[in-house]
Design a protein around this ligand. Sequence first.
Ligand SMILES: [Zn+2]
Length: 144
Amino acid sequence: MSRVSSFLASEAIERAGVSLDAVRDALPSVESDTVFVRQAGMIMRRTWATGVLAVTTPWGVFAHPRVMWWWQSGSNDRNLAELVIHELVHVEQLNNVGLVKHATKYLSDYLRARRAGLTHQQAYLGLDAEIEARQIARRVVASV
Ligand SMILES: [Zn+2]
């Protein structure tokens, strides 16, 4: 079997039984059938903290090989859909405020939390952008 190196966000969402309309309602500026999830290369992944499964950039969503395996094997459809929708929330956030503003707030919130003594994991989980992404993804997936 050949290895899959990309898939469309909408394919993973629909395969888990989540309606694309529900995603559209939650994320009006995102067209999930135009967003590719691609396997992140080794050099990119070297910059990721341990445990990171995917990163959203203005050029698309990049995922850990484990996520590509979820897609290929169909072994974890619900978690895959939740992860993909989480990343689409970040696409929406980028669309709404623009890359520079989004990245500046993300980074300054993170650094403020680290200076206040939080661990990397605590600081990351506490970011407004991450809280919103988790809440929306959980809500949309729970609706099926
Ligand atoms: Zn996130």
